[in-house]
Every structure is written in C-alpha cells, then in structure tokens.
Design a protein around this ligand. Sequence first.
Ligand SMILES: CC(C)(COP(=O)(O)OP(=O)(O)OC[C@H]1O[C@@H](n2cnc3c(N)ncnc32)[C@H](O)[C@@H]1OP(=O)(O)O)[C@@H](O)C(=O)NCCC(=O)NCCS
Length: 157
Amino acid sequence: MTAVAIRFLADVPGHADTLAGWHHAQWSHLYERWTLEQTRDELRDHATRRARPTTLVAIDGDALLGSVSLVDEDAPELRDQGDAWLASLYVVPEARGTGLGKQLVQALVGFAAGQGVARLWLFTPEHAGFYERLGWRPQGQAMLRGTRVQLMDILPE
Ligand SMILES: CC(C)(COP(=O)(O)OP(=O)(O)OC[C@H]1O[C@@H](n2cnc3c(N)ncnc32)[C@H](O)[C@@H]1OP(=O)(O)O)[C@@H](O)C(=O)NCCC(=O)NCCS
C-alpha cells in the first residue's frame, strides 16, 4: 500500500494536462474566454517552478488525486483585493471526504508562509464552511459572471 504525498507539480510534470482537463471542466463557467489550451499552458508553466505561481498535487503512487495552486491573481475582477491567492483546490470525486482537501489547503498555507505571504486570499462559490473550519475568515462577497462568490482570507504562519 502507498501513502498519499503532497508534492509540487514540478516534481511530476507529466500530470499537468490531466489536471488542466479537470480544472477546465470544473471552473470554466466562472471565467471569460478561459480555454482548455490556456488552462494547459498555465499548468505546464506551474510545472516549471516551486515558487509562486505554482501548484501542489496529491499523489498516491502514480495516481493523481488532487491539486491546489498559489497564484498572484485568480480573477481579474478581484485583482485589487489581494496579490496572493489560493486557487483551484480540486480532489477527484472518488477520493473526496477522506481529508485530502484539508491536507492540500494546509500544505498550501504552510508553503505560502514560507514564501513570505502575509495575507492569502481565496474565493469560493459554495465551500465557505469548509474553509472556515480550516481557519479562513469571510471577507465579503463578489459576483463573477453571474455567480455569487464568498471572499475569504487567512494570515499564513
Ligand atoms: C471541496 C473539495 C476540495 C473538498 O475536498 P475533500 O477532500 O472532500 O475535503 P476533506 O475530506 O478534506 O474535508 C475536510 C472536512 O470538511 C468537510 N467538508 C467538505 N466539504 C464541505 C463543505 N462544503 N462545507 C463544510 N464542510 C465541508 C468534510 O466533511 C470534512 O469534515 P471532517 O474533517 O469533520 O470529516 C472537493 O469536494 C472538491 O474537489 N470539489 C470540487 C472542486 C471544488 O469545488 N473546489 C473548491 C473550490 S473553492
């Protein structure tokens, strides 16, 4: 049996295109003109470095189970809100409810602290309760292409 490990996408860059397909299917409705090709380009770029902007992945042996990203901007409409964002938290449906989402968020916040990020932001359409239980603070709401999202922040340490 293998254990789930949290690694940089840069350590397993061959997973970038699979991840792009999942991300695009999950979130393309929130962004204007965000094509699958752009999603692939972004993640292939993240796979080249272990510093912001970059992506962490959850891996079990060769199997990709999820990911989370640290980026400078997650939506142009929210550019003025903050300059460091937790983005694209994703766990494959069959691995949900086992603590992986929580593990990815905690790893990303720890990594952001190490990168000197003083205040980290995210927006979420429907998982505010999940993040609140992990220490994130609600900071008002915004509309993204007709979808209401909750803004949240945390002070990484
Ligand atoms: C959101 C998501 C990442 C959660 O991943 P997960 O691996 O299932 O989450 P975890 O197993 O770590 O859940 C941790 C805890 O939060 C709880 N939880 C999960 N979703 C929740 C929610 N929407 N509201 C409140 N609590 C929630 C779990 O029950 C668990 O509680 P427990 O520790 O008492 O058992 C996953 O459902 C997913 O990938 N969804 C699709 C993409 C998405 O919506 N991403 C978030 C974008 S903002």
